[in-house]
Design a protein around this ligand. Structure first.
Ligand code: GAF
Length: 381
C-alpha cells in the first residue's frame, strides 16, 4: 500500500468518510551546509522520495482532530485549551497555532497522517509532518500564504510551540524543493536557487546510509552548538557567523579565547564556503568534483563541530575506501544518515562494504538506498 492510500484509509477508518484531499510533503537530505542555517548561512538540501501524507477534510465542529498510522491515539485540540499538545500531534497543533498567530482563520479540520520518512534518522520527519499539515490547511482554508513564506511559519511552530531551537533548512526543503534539483538557500535573505542535480545523467548515485545509531543527546547538544555560535558572533561583533568571511577567519579566531568556540566558528565559516563552492561546481555540471567538499565537510563536523558518532564516521571512511567520490554525515548529527556520492553501478558494492564494516564492529546493521531529488510539498492529484 502506498503512503497516500494508507493515509486515506486511516482517514476513512477514523472518521467514517472520505478525505477532501491528500497533501504530501517530503523528508530531506542535505547535500552540504550543516548547522549553517541558524548562522544565517547557506544550505543545499534536496527532497527525498519518502514523504508524509496528510489526508484531510474540513470538520463541522470547532477544533482539529488528528490521527496517525504510526500512533495509537487520536488527538483533538481546540483554541480554548491552554495546555500544549505534546508528542507527534504537537507538530500539527504547532502549525495551527502559528497560522492563527500570523492572523489566519484556520478551518476546523480532521486529519489522518501516514509516513515513510524514517523517524529519528536526521531526515526531517517532523518538518515533513509540519509541511504536509500546513499545505493541507492552507488549501482547505484558501489562506493567502505564499509558498516562500511558509517555511518561516512552520519553523516558528517548531521553535516556539514545540520548543526545538532548529534553523529554517528542513521546512524550506520540504516546502520549496523541486524534483531533479538541489535547493540552494540563503538562510538570511531566504532567496533560493534551484540547482540542477541530475545524478542519473552523470552515471552517479547518492547513496543514503542510515547508521541506525541510537540518537543521543540530540536536543541538548544541538542547542549547545547554537548557543556557542551565537556567543561567538556576539564576541566578534557581527550579526551572525555568516558575516565572517573565510579571509578573516584567522583574525576572528585570534579574538576568541575558548578553543572549543574557535573550532565551532571554524566549522561554520569553512562550511559556508564549501556550500558556495559546491553550488559553483554543480552550476557547471561538475558533480563528481563536489566529492572532496563533502568529505571535507564531514571532517569539519567530526573534528571541529564534534557532532558525529563512530557509526557515521565508519560509514564515511568505508564508503571512501570503496571508491566513493565523497561522503559525509547529513543532518543535525549524533547519529542519523551518511550520504556517499558514488558511481551508480557501485552503489551495491559500497553498501556491502559498509554492512561488513558494521558487522565487524558489532554495530546494528545500517539501512541504505539510493535517492534522487524529489518534489516539495503539494496536493496529490
Ligand atoms: C536539524 C535542524 F532542524 C536544521 O535546522 C539544521 O540546523 C540541521 O539540523 C543541521 O544542519 O536538521
Amino acid at each position: 500500500m502506498t503512503v497516500a492510500s494508507s493515509a486515506a484509509e486511516a482517514f476513512r477508518n477514523a472518521y467514517g468518510a472520505d478525505p477532501a484531499g491528500l497533501w504530501a510533503a517530503p523528508g530531506r537530505v542535505n547535500l552540504i551546509g550543516e548547522h549553517t542555517d541558524y548562522n544565517d548561512g547557506f544550505v543545499l538540501p534536496f527532497a527525498l522520495p519518502q514523504h508524509v501524507v496528510a489526508a484531510a477534510a474540513p470538520a463541522g465542529t470547532p477544533g482539529w482532530t488528528v490521527c496517525s498510522t504510526l500512533a495509537e491515539e487520536t488527538v483533538t485540540f481546540t483554541t480554548t485549551e491552554s495546555a500544549r499538545v505534546e508528542g507527534w500531534a504537537g507538530y500539527v497543533a504547532g502549525i495551527v497555532w502559528a497560522l492563527r498567530e500570523a492572523g489566519f482563520t484556520v478551518p476546523p479540520a480532521r486529519i489522518a497522517v501516514a509516513s515513510d520518512v524514517p523517524l529519528g534518522s536526521g531526515l526531517s520527519s517532523s518538518a515533513a509532518l509540519e509541511s504536509a499539515v500546513l499545505t493541507a490547511l492552507v488549501d482547505l482554508g484558501g489562506l493567502d500564504l505564499p509558498v516562500d513564506q511558509r517555511p518561516a511559519l512552520a519553523q516558528r511552530a517548531e521553535n516556539v510551540y514545540v520548543g526545538a531551537p532548529t534553523g529554517i533548512m528542513d521546512q524550506s526543503a520540504s516546502i520549496r524543493c523541486v524534483a531533479g534539483k538541489a535547493l540552494f538557500l540563503d538562510c538570511r535573505s531566504l532567496a533560493v536557487e534551484q540547482i540542477p542535480f541530475d545524478l542519473a545523467a552523470a552515471g552517479l548515485a547518492i547513496l543514503i546510509v542510515n547508521s541506525n545509531a541510537p540518537h543521543q543527546h540530540v536536543d541538548g547538544e544541538y542547542g549547545a552548538r547554537r548557543k556557542s555560535c551565537e556567543e561567538a558572533a556576539r564576541i566578534l561583533g557581527v550579526p551572525a557567523l555568516r558575516d565572517v568571511p573565510p579571509a578573516d577567519l584567522d583574525a576572528a579566531l585570534g579574538k576568541l579565547d575558548d578553543d572549543v568556540m574557535r573550532r565551532r566558528v571554524r566549522h561554520i565559516v569553512t562550511e559556508n564556503q564549501r556550500v558556495l563552492d559546491t553550488v559553483e561546481l554543480l552550476r557547471t555540471g561538475r558533480i563528481r568534483e563536489i566529492g572532496p567538499l563533502m568529505t571535507a565537510s564531514h571532517a569539519s563536523m567530526r573534528d571541529d563541530f564534534e557532532i558525529t558518532v563512530d557509526q557515521v564516521d565508519v560509514a564515511v571512511e568505508t564508503a571512501l575506501a570503496a571508491g566513493a567520490y565523497g561522503a559525509r554525515m547529513t543532518g543535525g548529527g549524533f547519529g542519523g544518515c551518511v550520504l556517499a556520492l558514488v558511481d551508480a553501478d557501485r552503489a551495491a558494492e559500497t553498501t556491502a562494504a559498509i554492512e561488513q564494516a558494521y558487522a565487524e564492529r558489532g554495530f546494528t546493521a545500517p539501512t541504505a538506498w539510493s535517492a534522487t531529488p524529489g518534489p516539495g510539498a503539494a496536493r496529490l492529484p
